[in-house]
Unconditional design. Sequence first.
Length: 539
Amino acid sequence: MEGCHFGLLASGRVIARAACTRPLTPAVWSTLVAPFFGPLWWPIRNPRPDRGMEACLEIAERPLGFALLVSETDRSSRRVYNIHCNGMFHASVRYSDLFALHERLIENFGFRLNAPDFPPKKIWRTLDEKGINERRVGLKKYFQGLIQNEDVVKHYLFENAFLEFQVDSYKPSAVNVKLEVFLSDGSHKMINCLSNNSSELVLKLALDAVGADIRNIGSFALFLGRDRNAQGDGELASTSDKFDMLLVRMLRNFESPYITQQNANRKSAADAVYHKIVIRKIVWEPRMEEALLDDPGAVRLLYLQAKSDLQCGHLVVAPYVLDRLRMLEDQESFIQYLRLCHLQPNYSYEVLLPVISDYPKPGTQCRLKVGRRTIVLEYENDLSQAGFIQAVFRAVRIRIWRITHTPTDHTTAPSIFEFHYLVSHQQQRFDWIRLVTDQCIILSQLFQSVSAEILQEHKGNQVPEELYKFDDEITNKASDLLEASKASSIINSDDNTIKDLNLLSDGYESFEDVFMMISDALPRLRESRPPYNITNDDL
């Protein structure tokens, strides 16, 4: 195996694994499994000789879900690092820029950074071969340690830095741009944005354009997609009234949708494959959509996606159900339309390209779709009345997943998506299920969102994690507010009602002690998380 992406649940529980490595030789690939929380994955992969690089480093980072591929090239006598995220070129970055990012992280996090030493600057500007190798190895160790710190990689400093890397590398000719964000029916909203706007900001603008509540932003995402009929053979896809998009990537907040789309089309335009930005829901369980039905904008997005899936054949219903859906559509009863869709077993799936699976036997051609907290494989079987059999793999039974690469042919061989599945709950027996596909990245991203939904539901009524970011800046502001409160709480009157601050409470000696006790009582979600209420019935 050349590299692995790892993920999440074992018998309904989040698991952790110690790191394991192998010698980094041209024939051996290293694997990293570090303790993690939630549906998270990250790979490490060795250089591919056919790419013509001196060296490379690939890391997939857990909260953001992206892979870093760093290759060293000379540009104008200056060495740069070509960063690829999720299989696509992201930016060319100099060492000095990476060093500046490291310094900003040190200033913000201090001892909490908890990462290996960053490769130091050298006295001489020109490094010899030994110095180049030492710097490469040092960067590799640094990022391997850094990506394990969830507070760091989800921090705005980290996200903004990678966004700036992309913008500086692309050098857009215009600052104000118009970006087409397509809805599921093929219509689009023209978003006036900046070329350096992040994915989250563009998503907010798109939701505002369709009249959706910004508070429901976590239920939708921007995707890079292409026409499902486009084969990449240089021929234009046949025109059709159906807007059937094949998802390629989920866009993350460390990148600009405008620049990512431009980079993707620049590479694929020669094959007549053009990518679009589409907005899709990332809510997989129908009952989780009930909370969105009070939002007219969200209802519109859900309705258009359900209608598109029905037209494209991804949502198959009985004839009487189809008649009922058409009647509700004519009556513009969109909420009832969605609730009827919720009852259909084929609703809420993303259909990907066919794969080759080793289940039930090696070399089986399967149709693949992800949704309803499952991975579904459909393969032909003469003994079935329908002509095919569905193999449904439930997310809560998946112990771990990873992406591997065959070392035989790096240029043409697709990746392999593997997941460790609980075949027998009574015997606690796990088997590896392998899917050969070139859509491993989007498959991993979709399944990551499925897993995140499971964890979010079992959190119950816990306060969202984003509300508790204990940055130094926030602590300083809290201290300043505390001092102001202390000053305003003293009563300057003759009766001297409050004579000593230490008499405010028998249990605390000062306001500082009160503040410390309150801070320690706040729920720090990453330090002590309650076990999720996933029982054997869920398996």
